[in-house]
Design a protein around this ligand. Structure first.
Ligand SMILES: Nc1ncnc2c1ncn2[C@@H]1O[C@H](COP(=O)(O)OP(=O)(O)O)[C@@H](O)[C@H]1O
Ligand SMILES: [Mg+2]
Length: 353
């Protein structure tokens, strides 16, 4: 008999929160040791995940004061044993309140430690971290060092925001004027620019998921070569890629602590060089789960139940992503807006593709 657990997933209107929900559902259909009851939270009644969970709840926005108290309250009321954070914007807020949430509600926040989140949330700090530990990386510079940087690496040069996501404000530039333009545009967006050496070519980008468990042990790692669309993995080729995985495992272990780590890299002269670390579940985690590495389930079983886990491998697969639709009766949507509660059984996803 599977152990029944109620877990809370936040930010279920975005690709990360939705992805975590897909993983938990997949664990249920595979009849693993834990059967998950999913409580989904979002601030917006239009969040698709609210309608696909066992129960949906409207909560304050993560930037509102008292957000983590609200999460702890919901967790306590519903006997939640773990909280999965579904958005970048919430990582620092919820991650730094994890001890408090555990004390108040008994729920374990499945998150990295605050220092890891600080490093991963700032691409310049990520670079400095990798340099300090001599990990294979894309060389980078802040704007004042641009002259020297261009002389050393030549054009093209990447200009991107330290705090960006989804490829927003990502530029590949080929002249001094273009560098100026990119730096200005990033600053106007309210972000801080940095320069990075351009890692070519297409067909050469990898995203790797690593789970680090209690006692700083790698429990799983899985890589895929991918193309992107709108900043997200679009076509994925899941394969062994031992070099890429090894490099990502080194990065994850260096970061320390337990949790989900996503390392993005490109191959240069046969060696993987990392350019981003996401200290969280990746938007592609359901693809990994589909290939046999279910990261939310692995981390729940290790961090909450204390199970010792080491995955044996995974399936070689090609994954082609597409858009899908959730339909909600208008009355259910209006009810959700009024009461803040959603009954998941009233929505549907047709099997039409
Ligand atoms: N140094 C680089 N060289 C070549 N392409 C890059 C480089 N850095 C980023 N990219 C491309 O831009 C995408 C987005 O950049 P990334 O650093 O991952 O930021 P984010 O995903 O947070 O927007 C990457 O997936 C990759 O395709
Ligand atoms: Mg990225």
């Amino acid at each position: 008999m599977a152990e029944r657990a109620t877990v809370l997933v936040t930010a279920v209107g975005g690709i990360i929160g939705e992805g975590i929900m897909k993983c938990l559902r997949l664990a249920n259909t595979k009849r693993g040791p834990v059967s998950y009851r999913i409580l989904a939270a979002d601030a917006d009644p239009r969040a698709a995940g609210l309608y696909r969970a066992d129960e949906g709840l409207l909560v304050p926005s993560a930037s509102a004061p008292g957000y983590t108290d609200a999460l702890a309250r919901v967790a306590k009321e519903n006997r939640v044993t773990a909280i999965f954070v579904g958005a970048d914007e919430e990582l620092a807020v919820v991650g730094s309140a994890s001890e408090q949430i555990l004390r108040k509600s008994g729920a374990v926040v499945i998150s990295n430690k605050p220092e890891t989140i600080t490093i991963g949330s700032d691409k310049w700090k990520t670079y400095q971290f990798m340099k300090k530990h001599d990990l294979p990386r894309a060389e980078s510079s802040l704007p004042p060092g641009r002259g020297r940087f261009v002389k050393e690496f030549g054009y093209p040069v990447v200009v991107k925001p330290r705090e960006g996501h989804g490829s927003e404000q990502f530029y590949v530039v080929r002249s001094n004027d273009e560098i100026d333009y990119a730096i200005g545009a990033i600053r106007r967006r309210g972000w801080r620019p940095m320069l990075q050496e351009y890692l070519s070519e297409d067909d050469n980008e990898f995203t790797t998921g690593v789970t680090v468990g209690k006692g700083k042990r790698v429990m799983s790692s899985i890589s895929m070569r991918r193309t992107l669309k709108g900043g997200q993995t679009y076509k994925a080729f899941i394969d062994d890629f031992p070099k890429v995985r090894k490099a990502a495992e080194q990065v994850a272990l260096r970061l320390g602590g337990a949790g989900p780590i996503n390392v993005q890299a490109r191959m240069a002269k046969g060696e993987p060089r990392a350019f981003e670390i996401n200290p969280r579940f990746s938007a592609s985690c359901p693809i990994r789960a589909g290939a046999g590495v279910n990261e939310p389930d692995i981390l729940y079983r290790n961090l909450v139940l204390g199970e010792s886990i080491k995955t044996a491998g995974y399936e070689r697969l090609v994954c082609l992503r597409y858009w899908n639709e959730v339909y909600v009766p208008y009355a259910e949507y209006e009810r959700a807006r009024k009461t803040g509660k959603v009954n998941g059984s009233r929505s549907w996803v047709p099997e039409y593709f």
